[in-house]
Design a protein around this ligand. Structure first.
Ligand code: NAD
Length: 322
């Protein structure tokens, strides 16, 4: 581990999104200057409104599918730009693939021309419907290249390959984080991801809808753990390959739904909503849990926020939005 506190100028693509805006807050709190880049495809300027007059922060409206024009001197890049929720990335699959390939290429070009480090955010989706459980970084995955999720899963896989190629061919200093399901404040209600969907439904007094029978599992990581993990990886000496950044406590979708229904009822004093069951989505993985021994050993990082605490915080945030 080699975490440095020296202030830097840092470019964050996807800065107006859920993770990007939380990362920007974190980097600014550490005394860095930050340039956020976003095309507002799925993110919102509201996520960064509190930084409107921040002297160390600049927001640039730019689509990373196109080369950057002018850019001041920067020391590091975090590449987060990409729609992350199935309803968003499937809306225009070609756009998603272009962001993954052309977008990542444009950002890698900056890192190459300036000789600076880039952290690319990949995903647990590169493991597809896993035949190895839990998933270590050495597992190559089981992904359908010809289906509705392929634009994201294969897009993220090719982006990893591009990072590898830039490292091998041009010596670019890369870090790759394979992020597992992350939730928390600023994940928008109705953006199609399971935690925010369930919370939004329960708060609105609607049924919580499970796709499938509820036995599918995920491992949910609170946003602050994820941001710490990204920052620690970026500033570490570990450059050999991708690192899983996730929580290794596995939860069934049924258990998640029940927790959210209970917590929302207890917090609002309203009646519990019902849980209903709907057909399973195509290619939706049945299990998902990271092996995080590499992150623990090489970064000295591990998630610390328990699911119950994180869910309460997220529910409170959603309540203040309505
Ligand atoms: P998000 O949708 O909230 O944020 C993505 C941001 O990227 C948005 O602000 C969007 O407007 C922006 N964007 C999309 N295409 C762009 C483009 N071509 N040019 C510029 N900006 C563009 O998603 P998130 O949850 O914050 O995810 C951030 C990154 O982390 C993504 O790359 C995602 O694949 C990865 N990730 C997230 C999770 C998770 O659970 N949240 C899990 C695995 C990987």
């Amino acid at each position: 581990m080699n975490v440095t506190n020296k202030p830097k100028t840092i470019l964050v693509t996807g800065g107006a999104g859920f993770l990007g805006s939380n990362l920007i807050d974190f980097l600014l709190q550490k005394g860095n200057r930050v340039i956020g880049v976003d095309s507002f495809e799925t993110g919102s300027p509201e996520n960064l409104q509190h930084l409107h007059n921040h002297p160390q922060f600049t927001l640039v409206n730019h689509n990373i599918q196109y080369p950057f024009q002018e850019l001041e001197e920067i020391d590091q890049i975090y590449n987060l730009a990409c729609p992350a929720s199935p309803i968003h990335y499937q809306k225009s699959p070609v756009k998603t693939l272009r962001t993954c390939f052309l977008g990542t290429e444009n950002v890698l070009e900056i890192a190459k021309s300036r000789g600076i480090r880039i952290l690319h955010t990949s995903t647990s989706e590169v493991y597809g419907e896993p035949q190895v459980h839990p998933q270590p970084e050495t597992y190559w995955g089981n992904v359908n290249s010809f289906g509705p999720r392929a634009c994201y899963d294969e897009g993220k896989r090719v982006a990893e390959s591009l990072c590898y190629a830039y490292r091998e061919q041009f010596g670019v200093d890369i870090r790759i984080a394979r992020i597992f399901n992350t939730y928390g404040p600023r994940m928008r209600a109705g953006d199609g991801r399971v935690v925010s969907n369930f919370i939004a439904a329960a708060l609105a007094g609607r049924d919580v809808c499970i796709t499938g029978d509820g036995t599918a599992t995920r491992s949910f990581q609170f946003v602050t753990d994820c941001i710490e993990g990204l920052y620690t990886l970026m500033n570490s000496d570990y450059r050999e390959g991708p690192v899983n950044i996730g929580n290794d406590v596995e939860t069934s979708i049924q258990a998640l739904a029940e927790k959210i229904v209970d917590f929302v009822a207890n917090t609002t004093g309203k009646e519990k909503v019902n849980i209903t069951y709907h057909p399973r989505l195509i290619d939706d993985p049945s299990v998902r849990k990271p092996q995080i021994t590499l992150a623990k050993a090489k970064l000295g990082w591990a998630p610390v926020v328990p699911l119950d605490f994180g869910l309460q915080k997220t529910i409170e945030w959603h309540m203040h939005q309505t």
